[in-house]
Design a protein around this ligand. Sequence first.
Ligand SMILES: Nc1nc2c(ncn2[C@@H]2O[C@H](COP(=O)(O)OP(=O)(O)O)[C@@H](O)[C@H]2O)c(=O)[nH]1
Ligand SMILES: [Mg+2]
Length: 366
Amino acid sequence: MRIRHFTAPDMAQAMRLVRQELGPEAVILSTGKVSGGVEIAAAVETDPIRPAEPTPAPRATAAPDDATAGGDALEELARQVEGLRRQLSRHMLASDLGAENAARPELAAIYRHLRGQELDPLIIEALLEGLGAPQGAGLLPMLAIRLKKMLRVAPEPRFGGGQAKVWALVGPTGVGKTTTVAKLAASFAMKAGLRVGLVTLDTFRIAAAEQLKVYGRIMDLPTVVVGGAKEYQRAVEELSGLDLILVDTVGRAPGDADNLAELRSILSAHPQTERHLVLACPTRDADQKRIIEGFALFEPKSLVFTKLDETSVYGPILNQVARAKLPVSYLTTGQRVPDDMEQATLDGLARRLLPPRREQTWPAVC
Ligand SMILES: Nc1nc2c(ncn2[C@@H]2O[C@H](COP(=O)(O)OP(=O)(O)O)[C@@H](O)[C@H]2O)c(=O)[nH]1
Ligand SMILES: [Mg+2]
């Protein structure tokens, strides 16, 4: 292994030097501040040093001649910086763990699994730091305990008390808001015998309102289509004698600030409306993060994760819980209404994040 030190005015330039000199396989051993900039110690397995990678020709891009193009360029830059930050901490973590792994190879297997689950490297670090188990016990039960401490789930909802609960599902397009409203409605009305009403604010597409009306008809639930703040307030008042009012909303992109603010102001017409943010589990972690930031103005009470059946990577769930400091309320696992939905539990989430039993030699935990 060849170790080299690089100094540069900032991290981006230092990383560029590392790449140029040592190639893409370089492992970052440490970083630190020095006078006039930063220093990175990096290493490669191979010796002699690889030739520098050819610098790709700059892409022909249109000059940012308007605000949108400038915004796009900034966003792209932000994404690259985030990617770099992650790569850096991953390399650092990998090297930190390297020393520990030499003594405890079982940690390496756990580390690899959690990386495969796309858990944020900083969360992995917190989970594995000083991980120890009583003699004879495996590490996995300890890890399960730590995971459950880090995860958060919403308590089971209580109904009654003379006031209808109002839950609005907000989120991007196509994540499963309408389907989840239908699942919740069916589950609370049919299984729990509660009086449920439906409201849809999705008048953007005719088919969207129709979709909820069909569910309402099948389940024989009052369903109201509303277009603005006054209508929304009236609809909630009309249905206020029920136990639960479920509000479906139009999907919006996280960067669509104007439309997000408009939806937020409509929902404010009934201030007791709880907002719950719906995220599709297969969405990339960085995009989920953007969605959480874009929808922060709704001050969501919980996160609902959908389409767990379409992925086997669940780390982003914990990543968002840690970022948003919000509990998970429901998980959906398929298209069938109402069967493919469950209330989130610590056990259920931890089980998904831990290695499946057939893969592991460690004791089972959940
Ligand atoms: N595989 C899978 N598909 C789902 C799930 N939830 C919703 N869908 C599908 O995702 C698509 C979009 O759902 P929809 O409720 O219309 O999304 P919305 O635009 O957020 O209201 C539909 O085809 C749904 O059947 C789920 O948990 N798993
Ligand atoms: Mg919809």
